[in-house]
Design a protein around this ligand. Structure first.
Ligand code: PGA
Length: 242
């Protein structure tokens, strides 16, 4: 596990974008694992700039998103499909037919989740996965638990995650209480992983991920077992590692 401590959010976003750009330029048909939330927004802005500068193309890229709120349609402006369209896909030359985000309205949810796993495997697996981290150490929506989830599942969000997510909603009651999330097994099968974190409220989660015992009580700690993980944090999130 490599840990890179950057001065601030702008620097960590740029660093993550450099790794993405190198990945895509080395393998233009890469399979990317993408994430939503505040943390990767700067990464996506940098990638859009690099694309606009003519130094990057997404035309042969396939992407799979980590998670989606259960019960929301992709047209809902709170859905992660909507986020990805707004923050990245609408601004680059990616073929949207090759961008996959879990379907929050899937009728047969279990069949859908099995298909999602199978689709990732059939495409050859994820080359580069980007992760944020929750204040409780979750990656994707793999909340603190007694065991690591093997595959994409429907999860109950914990009160701390619902509270954290509520900043994006007008009313607390509107915050979804369930989500579809890639499992820890799914994430760990990615060939390369970057985890980004910014801000003091992530310092305990980052410390646990890097130095803590490997435990499903803090999902990100499992990354200590992965052969190719880079943790990119700003000084505030990396405070306890300094
Ligand atoms: P954030 O969310 O990037 O909005 O902080 C990260 C997460 O909960 O995984």
């Amino acid at each position: 596990m490599e840990v890179i401590i950057c001065k601030d959010y702008a620097e960590l976003s740029k660093k993550a974008a450099e790794i993405f750009t190198e990945q895509i330029n080395n393998k233009p048909d890469s399979i990317l694992g993408l994430a939503t939330g505040s943390t990767p927004e700067g990464l996506y802005e940098n990638l859009i700039q690099t694309y606009k500068a003519g130094k990057l193309t997404f035309k042969d890229i396939t992407s799979f998103n980590l998670d989606e709120y259960y019960g929301l349609s992709g047209d809902d402006d709170q859905s992660y499909r909507y986020f990805m369209d707004q923050k990245l896909f609408n601004h680059v030359d990616i073929n949207k037919d090759k961008t996959f985000v879990p379907d929050g309205l899937a009728k047969d949810i279990n069949a859908f989740m099995d298909d999602y796993e199978k689709m990732i495997a059939d495409k050859g697996g994820i080359d580069l996965q980007i992760l944020g981290i929750g204040i409780n150490g979750h990656i994707g929506f793999n909340e603190p638990s007694d065991s690591f989830s093997k595959k994409t599942s429907l999860v109950d969000l914990t009160p701390s995650t619902i509270e954290a997510n509520s900043r994006f909603f007008d009313k607390y009651e509107d915050v979804p209480k369930k989500a579809i999330s890639m499992g820890i097994g799914t994430i760990m099968r990615s060939r390369k992983i970057i985890l980004m974190a910014s801000g003091e409220n992530k310092q305990d989660a980052i410390y646990g991920a890097v130095k803590g015992p490997i435990s499903p009580k803090l999902s990100a700690s499992v990354l200590q077992l992965h052969p190719d993980v880079t943790i990119i944090v700003d000084e505030a999130a990396g405070k306890k590692l300094l």
